[in-house]
Design a protein around this ligand. Structure first.
Ligand code: GUN
Ligand code: ZN
Length: 443
């Protein structure tokens, strides 16, 4: 499943039910645009226009290729903000909880990524699996090995994915075979930044695994890297699991909270993504919101590992920048639709109604905004890169029946979120080019 970057100013018009988000539907009435008979006009891999077909038909150039997806829903490609590619092959490994799961499955598997050929093979599968699930952008984790990050960058680049990754930094409390040092980790990160950050659609994330596996010296080095590379992303885990939070309190007795450790080292800022963020207090939430950092909410993982329930009431009260993530392989699916399913149920357990409109916003525009990419991906704003997916309301007999009954856009989206998975993703386009499944014949 590879795509070729567009080399000429080819124009395509893609017709179907077109939906995208401008802002958060939880807080705004005019949050999205939806055209029942809509069209995307794509030139040289970028959105030229999006709107009602009849209104825009005159703008479609005579020689344009017209692709007919009428009846299907065209959305911006999904953005998964936290996913571990080296855990692809240990997805669905049974365990009583996070720390046992890391020791038993994760660390032994991550050891294998020292081998560039192994890393490349998994990275290729991973990138295809993202695309098959309609995920055209991801913030992904590699392992401690630079070769693992090189492999994923290379495979993402071959498919022209918009992808962020970084080598994991960990210099203590993990097996010897996965350790770097504060110095080597910083040096390797800087090397990777110079090789990949800003190349085509690739970006780098400074990636301390979580506070327990980094010494103070390493966290300080992360802060220095963050200062040296102000446009690099930052990713880590925070307050995911009760045992982990207890351990962190023992390791960092001087810290006010788990989040405060990262804050102390200058790791809270726009473009920083905090995975899980379940066990936060009000001061943490206020600080997260003020800093411009974002949360990667990982509901299938939180359920699977029994980690806990993300609190949407509190999150909204503080206007946290929340995004949705699969967290494979703690998470149990690459599908952002399956992830929405879990997110909705987790929210329900907290007495919160997470609407389908909100979930599709979280999986597209919210993530783009959190990453500073609102002019690049996540919506059909003219000038954006034309990453989009086509969802099929007839994908399965049951989804077809439920879609038939849907009276509102919310109901249709909710059916996709509750019943859907990769089977619903009919077509995937990366910068205007069909990836994988072929587009229907032109009309
Ligand atoms: N905390 C530290 N490492 C990991 C990881 O790989 N997955 C999850 N879910 N939590 C972590
Ligand atoms: Zn994770």
């Amino acid at each position: 499943m590879t795509t070729t970057p567009p080399t000429q100013s080819i124009t395509r018009a893609i017709r179907g039910r077109v939906l995208h988000f401008l802002r958060d539907p939880q807080f705004h009435d005019d949050a999205y645009q939806y055209w029942e008979d809509g069209v995307l006009i794509v030139t040289a891999g970028h959105i030229a226009a999006a709107g009602d077909y009849t209104a825009l038909a005159a703008q479609i150039p005579a020689g344009a290729e017209v692709i007919d997806h009428r009846g299907k829903l065209i959305l911006p490609g999904f953005i998964d903000t936290h996913v571990h590619y080296p855990q692809t092959d240990i997805i669905a490994s049974p365990s009583p909880g996070l720390l046992h799961w890391l020791e038993t499955y994760t660390f032994p598997e991550e050891r294998r990524f020292a081998e560039p050929e192994y890393a490349a093979a998994v990275a290729g599968f991973f990138a295809d699996e993202l695309l098959r699930n309609g995920t055209t952008s991801a913030v992904a984790w590699s392992t401690v090995h630079t070769a693992s990050a090189d492999a994923l960058f290379a495979e993402a680049d071959r498919r022209n994915l918009r992808l962020v990754t970084g080598k994991v930094l960990m210099d203590r409390n993990c097996p010897e075979f996965l350790r770097d040092t504060a110095e080597s980790g910083a040096r390797d990160s800087a090397d990777l930044i110079s090789r990949w950050h800003g190349k085509n659609r690739l970006s780098y994330a400074i990636t301390p695994r979580f506070a327990p596996t980094s010494s103070d010296a390493q966290l300080a080095a992360c802060g220095e890297l963050a200062r040296a590379y102000p446009d690099a992303f930052i990713q880590t885990h925070v307050a995911e699991n009760r045992d982990e939070v207890k351990w962190v309190a023992e390791l960092f007795p001087q810290a006010r909270s788990y989040l405060d450790i990262y804050d102390h080292y200058g790791l809270l800022r726009p473009g920083a993504l905090y995975g899980h963020a379940i066990y936060l207090d009000q001061d943490d939430r206020k600080r997260l919101a003020d800093s411009g950092a974002a949360v990667a909410h990982c509901p299938t993982s939180n359920l699977f590992l029994g980690s806990g329930f993300y609190d949407f009431h509190q999150s909204d009260a503080h206007r946290l920048n929340v995004t949705l993530a699969t967290d494979v392989g703690g998470g149990t699916s690459f599908s952002m639709l399956r992830t929405m399913n879990a997110a909705h149920k987790v929210a329900r357990m907290g007495g919160y109604h997470l609407s389908a409109l909100r979930m599709f916003y979280l999986a597209t525009r919210a993530a783009a905004d959190a990453l500073g990419w609102s002019e690049r991906v996540g919506s059909f704003t003219p000038g954006c890169e034309a990453d989009f997916i086509v969802l099929d309301p007839q994908a399965t007999p049951l989804i077809a029946r439920r879609s038939e009954r849907s009276e509102t856009l919310e109901e249709q989206l909710f059916a996709f979120a509750m019943l859907g998975d990769d089977r619903v993703i009919g077509n995937v386009y990366v910068m205007g080019e069909a990836a994988g499944a072929s587009a229907p014949a032109a009309h």
